[in-house]
Design a protein. Structure first.
Length: 513
């Protein structure tokens, strides 16, 4: 009986299972960063292997979010939740025991796919036990806070695990936690009703995956293949074509994977876009800050991980208060305030690198609080407009934006840094390395290893590591700082553009729509 379960131990058990499962998979979003250099050394990974290992988790999540939403609606939220947790355990075991780079990357991607199902279904479970708008917003606020804190805790938790158990411990630690969540789910979560139709939109899912995967490939491999190469241009065209076919297909399908008619409403289109760009900006900030302090300032993995705690604390505090803030100020004001705060936080970080760590930490805290102001009420809003038997699709629509934003952020901002270094580094080190061939080799090696302290010389049969040169390191450090500032500046420009659009187009009566 729905009324009984909403006020019983089943409701509390369901919330606990949903929050705990979300925490486990979100901790793993950034956890590989702290062990990636140990993986590279022990498994002989190249630069492209590292790029894929970092990005494939988010790509898997983005590709599988909507199919997970449909599965949750068709087969029931509890069933999909249990199966996805089991798959996640299996992938974690494979990643923890393999010595193959290819198997590790594939297992990491499969982890992302199963994590998408866990995240989407957990949000649907949270929504399903909330009967009022205020209760739903509060529950979703807690859900967002748990997920965001988990993402932020990934690096420090990973640092401790990597130090105590090596990189394999990063993956093995998820196994007992997932098993505990499975026990909670089997014990407390009631079976949910299935949707009336059992139709499954395989065609729509195919074109969605094609679009996301090809675009991600372009963003990650574009710098190495060349932006004007036939492969890059072909994959970009394939992504555009896949997107167009997907939109046409979903607008005509009887049982679409994603109801595109929802986006004809200006309110919801703007809200979902705001989530995408909020994820783009805050995960981009993660990427740049961690690279800066790990590579340039040479902080330990644990020290780097703890630098993101201001983001987590700010996010959690505001997310938990989102329902009250929305009631008091309204959705439009809250969203605009959050977007403006996101812009200000990014600008503080842009100018904070030369000033000192305190300014960067302040910027991280502001970005965390502002992101919660944007994402939390929007997640609740999207859920409000969908019937209960389509809560899986509702959660899928909004949750697709976050891994998409993160994946595109890692790729785009990383590319900005690489391009900036490619343009400036070779020119600036000319006075240290007069020989053009050696200068080219040195700049390429520094960019390839993303390490300003790398110094190389050209010698047969190829580029060989040479002695450390303090002058070269100083120049490279300045270039890396500038590249980080430019990269964060791009994120700030995106935040400013979104703020301008929201000011002009977001309706003032959003809470009554």
């Amino acid at each position: 009986m729905p009324g009984r379960s909403h006020g019983s131990k089943e409701r509390l058990g369901t919330l606990l299972a949903a929050y705990t499962g979300l925490f486990v998979v979100n901790v793993n979003v950034l956890i590989t960063y702290v062990g990636i250099f140990d993986m590279q050394r022990r498994l002989g990974m190249g630069e492209s292997d590292l790029q894929w290992l970092v990005g494939v988790y988010s790509i898997g999540m983005a590709s599988a979010t909507m199919i997970s939403a449909t599965l949750a609606d068709v087969f029931g939220r509890k069933t999909v939740y249990v199966v996805s947790l089991c798959v996640y355990v299996a992938c974690s075991l494979v990643a923890a025991t393999t010595s193959s780079v290819l198997v590790l990357v594939v297992a990491r991607g499969a982890q992302g796919v199963s994590a998408a199902a866990v995240i989407v279904t957990s949000l649907a479970l949270v929504s399903g036990v909330s009967t009022t708008r205020e209760a739903r917003t509060k529950a979703v606020g807690t859900w967002v806070a748990v997920g965001s804190v988990a993402v932020a805790l990934g690096p420090p938790v990973g640092g401790v695990l990597a130090q105590l158990a090596g990189w394999r411990g990063l993956f093995a630690a998820a196994v007992p936690l997932c098993l505990a969540v499975l026990l909670l789910t089997l014990r407390f979560v009631p079976r949910s009703e299935r949707a009336e139709t059992r139709a499954f939109d395989w065609t729509g899912q195919f074109f969605f995956v094609l679009t996301v995967a090809s675009m991600a490939f372009v963003m990650i491999q574009g710098p190495s293949f060349g932006w004007r190469s036939g492969v890059t241009l072909s994959l970009f065209g394939l992504s555009v074509l896949g997107f167009l076919v997907f939109v046409v297909r979903e607008s005509r399908a009887r049982h679409p994977m994603l109801d595109v008619s929802l986006f004809r409403n200006r309110l919801y289109a703007l809200a979902v876009a705001a989530v995408f760009f909020a994820a783009f900006c805050n995960e981009g900030a993660f990427f740049v800050v961690m690279q800066y302090y790990r590579r340039i300032r040479e902080y330990s993995p644990i020290e780097v991980g703890f630098l993101v705690l201001p983001f987590a604390v700010g996010y959690a505090v505001v997310a938990l208060k989102a329902a009250a803030l929305r009631t008091r100020f309204g959705l439009r004001r809250l969203l605009l305030c959050g977007q403006a705060g996101l812009l200000l936080g990014l600008l503080a970080m842009v100018f904070g690198f030369p000033v000192g760590r305190g300014t960067v930490l302040l910027g991280m805290a502001v970005v965390g609080m502002a992101s919660a102001m944007v994402i939390t009420p929007v997640v609740a809003l999207v859920l409000e407009v969908m019937p209960s038997d389509r809560s899986g699709m509702a959660s899928g629509i909004v949750n697709t934006q976050q891994p998409l934003g993160g994946a595109m952020s890692f790729a785009a901002l990383g590319t900005v840094m690489t391009v900036w270094l490619g343009v400036t580094l070779g020119r600036d080190i000319e006075r240290v390395i007069p020989d053009p061939a050696e200068r080219l080799g040195a700049s390429r090696a520094i960019i390839l290893h993303a390490d300003p302290h790398t110094h190389v010389s050209m010698s047969a049969p190829g580029v060989q590591i040479r002695h450390f040169d303090a002058r070269l390191a100083d120049i490279a450090e300045r270039n890396f700082i500038q590249a980080g500032q430019v990269s964060l500046g791009v994120a700030a420009l995106a935040a400013a553009a979104v703020l301008a659009v929201l000011l002009a187009a977001f309706p003032g009566d959003a809470d009554h729509s």
